[in-house]
Design a protein around this ligand. Structure first.
Ligand SMILES: [Zn+2]
Length: 318
């Protein structure tokens, strides 16, 4: 296919996406069929990248091209993904130039994201059946700086497409849908009355997003942490109870990829929250009510207690 017809087709795809979006993207849909799903930022990014390579790929030109051809034209998803993640055109250009091959390997995966849309809509529909109050904000797939698989903002779910790909990528492509589900849970959590803060609340907030993502998508977002957790469950629980009472106890468990003193592999707090949520859900008489309690999380201590998770290991020490 010639370059010009390729450009035409991608322009057409952009136009179709814009038209399909129809409603203002900030609208929060209750209808799983109407919630906007957009890959236009991915197309924009790769058009900008191609324009840069076709013009000679001078390192010092990349940031300017990304600014005018990607960031300036991008969606509100990219705008929400910029603070702390993309940061700036210069930061993004520096990251790409560090390892262009990484981005190029991720490209064919990013360019087939549209095939996931039916699975995403099915997952949305299933979620609405379980949780009738569900809101479905616009979902944007964007290209970032290899530092975030996804986030939920007050108006959108945003997935960092470059994180997903083959076994050398940060995340495998087949966990992209569970990642969407994980961020969808965070979106409900932040729009509910939920006010829980602190270490236990953080673990349950992350772990419940993983638990519900697994139930919705049929696969866990992080199989390796799950299998590590399953094979060390008792010792993890014993250490977790001690750390819950310590002021800096969270450091061993959450957001600690670079901390050599952490407990086991990074972010095992997600696993603890996952197990507590799972136990709570299994012990509950009414699954719909349990789901609401998990999402709204008015009191993480009550969830832990009513989960009866501790009883699996004998009575916890007083
Ligand atoms: Zn999360």
């Amino acid at each position: 296919m010639s370059v010009s017809s390729r450009v035409f087709i991608s322009l057409l795809a952009l136009w179709l996406t814009t038209v399909t979006l129809g409603q203002p993207a900030t609208e929060l849909s209750r209808d799983p069929a109407r919630a906007p799903v957009s890959v236009s930022d991915v197309a924009l990014f790769w058009r900008a990248y191609d324009a840069w390579t076709e013009s000679g790929a001078a390192n010092d030109r990349l940031a300017a091209t990304l600014q005018t051809e990607y960031l300036d034209k991008a969606s509100e998803g990219v705008k929400d993904f910029t603070p702390n993640r993309i940061e700036s055109a210069a930061s993004l250009a520096a990251k790409i130039l560090e390892d262009r091959a990484y981005y190029e390997r991720a490209r064919p995966y990013a360019e087939k994201i549209a095939v996931l849309e039916p699975e995403i809509r099915t997952l949305y529909r299933r979620f609405r059946e379980w949780y009738p109050d569900a809101r479905f904000p616009a979902l944007y797939f964007v290209v970032g700086r290899r530092n975030s698989g996804g986030m939920s903002s007050p108006r959108a779910l945003i997935i960092g497409a470059e994180m997903f790909g083959d076994e050398k990528a940060r995340l495998r492509f087949d966990v992209m849908v569970p990642m969407v589900a994980h961020e969808l849970m965070h979106f409900q959590q932040q729009t509910s009355e939920e006010k829980g803060s602190g270490f236990l609340a953080s673990c349950i907030r992350e772990g419940s997003a993983d638990f519900l993502a697994e139930r919705l998508a049929g696969r866990h977002i992080n199989e390796s942490i799950k299998s590590y957790g399953d094979s060390h469950e008792r010792e993890l629980w014993e250490r977790f109870q001690v750390d819950l009472k310590r002021k800096d106890g969270h450091r061993g468990w959450l957001y600690n990829g670079r901390d050599p003193n952490r407990v086991g592999p990074p972010d095992l707090g997600y696993y603890m929250g996952y197990k507590i949520t799972q136990a709570f859900y299994q012990a509950a008489a009414d699954p719909a009510e349990a789901l609401r309690t998990i999402i709204e999380m008015r009191d993480p201590e009550v969830i832990l207690k009513e989960s009866r998770y501790a009883e699996r290991f004998g009575r916890p020490e007083k």
